[in-house]
Structures are given as structure tokens and as C-alpha cells.
Write a protein that binds this ligand. Structure first.
Ligand code: OOG
Ligand code: MG
Length: 254
């Protein structure tokens, strides 16, 4: 039997102290259901320390992302207020093991959402959309993991920054995007890389995360998943994502 609480403490401490750990699956089997239970228990520890749940991140919703980490199932994780960075903020690399950054689209919910919904029903619950970047920092050595490992590790989520909100009634199914590091384009893509249309990621969030959490709440942010491969952050870098029609969002690394 898997000791959920022990695993949760191990992964929570690894995140808290920015220290890499061996994969759980290298010492024995871990089911996907138990992995989500570990994720829930580890985030519960953060909530007990005063953090608040503010949304959900979807992951491995594009081929580029699946290929980069060699896992090809859609996963999800929990976002807390402590993970949010302000636009232009400076991220202290010391607080992470080996952080990467990736371009995403964020949804802001105005109504709760859960279960099997159509894309139109999901979008009816959306107040706004925005360009966003997620900072992922696998707590596993060498950023290597199997599906249950990454799920237990909150799907690598470590931080996120969201740009200005725009109307969700515009067509965002195929918006060009460029992620630049110090003015140099490092990843170029389109929101279409996210399951063909990011609204499908929101539908998946309602089905997977909504079911597990009861529902996705009004006011929550849902990250649709990286549209391109992620970039490994180095001290001194300034990273900016610009998305067609939606504007830019940036951070710097200190
Ligand atoms: C897993 C998390 C994937 C995304 O947007 O696809 C993810 C990882 O790449 O470490 O956040
Ligand atoms: Mg991501």
C-alpha cells in the first residue's frame, strides 16, 4: 500500500526547500489515482500553511510538451496564490531546483464549472482570457519522471504570471505567439497547439479537475497548458511572451 501522507510530505518538502528527489516510481509502483491523492495531500499541507487555492493548471496538452518530457497523457495540478507572480516580477532562481518557463493561455472563470461540458458551455463560464506563462520545476532529479511521479508533484507547477485580461468572445483558437528571452525569440507557436483549440483544455479541466475538486470555482484561473516546449531559466534572463491580439507578459530571473 502506498503511504500517501509520507509521499506528500516528501514532495512538499522538496518543493519548499528546492531540493531534487528520486522519482517515486523508481522505488515501486504508484497508481495514477494514488498519485493524485499524493498531490491533493501535498497541496493540503500548503493550504494549512496559509496558501489559498486560486485555480488549476492543465499540462501535456500539446505535442511539443509531451515530447519534451516523454509523457503523453493530459495531467492537471493545483494553483495557489503563493505561486502567482506579478507582471514584470523578478523570480529568484534559488527558490527552485531547475525551473523552466512555457507560454500558456489563461482563462478566468465567472461561474463554477464541472463534469462533462461542451466547449460552448465551458466558454459561457469564462469572464476573460489572457496570455500567461507557467514556471514549472520538477522536483525530480534531472527533470525526469513517469506519469504518476509528475502528477504527485503537482504536475511540476511552481509559478505563473498572467497578462492583461481580454474579452473571451474573440476567436483565440489559433493565435500566434512568441516567447522571447532578452529580446531573442526562443519559442514560436500558436494557441492551436493546445489540443487544437485551448477551449478543449478548459473542457478537460472541467471533466478531470472539476470532478476531483467538486467543481472549478468562479474567480479561479485555469491554465490551458504549454503551447511549445519549455525554456530552462538562467539568472539574469528577461522572458517575455507576446500573443497575437492579447498582448504581452514578462518576468525576469534573479
Ligand atoms: C509537466 C507539466 C506540463 C504543460 O503545460 O504542459 C505542463 C512538465 O513538463 O514538467 O505544465
Ligand atoms: Mg504548463
Amino acid at each position: 500500500m502506498t503511504d500517501i501522507q509520507t509521499y506528500a510530505e516528501v514532495v512538499d518538502e522538496a518543493a519548499r526547500t528546492a531540493s531534487a528527489i528520486p522519482q517515486f516510481t523508481s522505488s515501486g509502483p504508484l497508481s495514477v489515482a494514488d498519485a493524485y491523492a499524493v498531490q491533493a495531500a501535498s497541496i493540503e499541507r500548503r493550504l494549512k500553511r496559509g496558501e489559498k487555492l486560486v485555480g488549476v493548471k492543465m499540462g501535456l496538452t500539446s505535442r511539443a510538451k509531451m515530447k519534451q518530457v516523454n509523457v503523453d497523457e493530459v495531467v492537471w495540478g493545483r494553483l495557489t496564490d503563493a505561486m502567482r507572480l506579478e507582471e514584470g516580477a523578478s523570480l529568484s532562481k534559488r527558490r527552485f531546483v531547475h525551473p523552466r518557463i512555457e507560454p500558456e493561455l489563461a482563462f478566468l472563470l465567472k461561474a463554477p464549472l464541472t463534469g462533462e461540458v461542451t466547449a460552448a458551455e465551458a466558454m459561457a463560464a469564462v469572464a476573460a482570457i489572457a496570455p500567461a506563462m507557467e514556471i514549472i520545476d520538477s522536483r525530480y532529479q534531472n527533470f525526469k519522471f513517469a506519469l504518476p511521479d509528475v502528477i504527485a508533484d503537482n504536475s511540476s507547477s511552481s509559478g505563473f504570471v498572467v497578462g492583461d485580461w481580454s474579452s473571451p468572445t474573440q476567436d483565440f483558437s489559433n493565435l500566434g505567439l512568441v516567447m522571447e528571452v532578452d529580446g531573442r525569440p526562443v519559442e514560436i507557436g500558436s494557441t492551436a497547439a493546445i489540443l487544437g483549440n485551448p477551449s478543449r483544455s478548459l473542457v478537460a479541466a472541467a471533466r478531470l479537475a472539476g470532478a476531483a475538486l467538486g467543481r472549478l470555482e468562479a474567480g479561479w484561473i485555469i491554465l490551458a497548458g504549454g503551447a511549445t516546449a519549455a525554456h530552462s531559466l538562467k539568472v539574469g534572463e528577461r522572458v517575455r511572451l507576446t500573443m497575437q491580439n492579447l498582448g504581452s507578459v514578462s518576468i525576469r530571473v534573479a
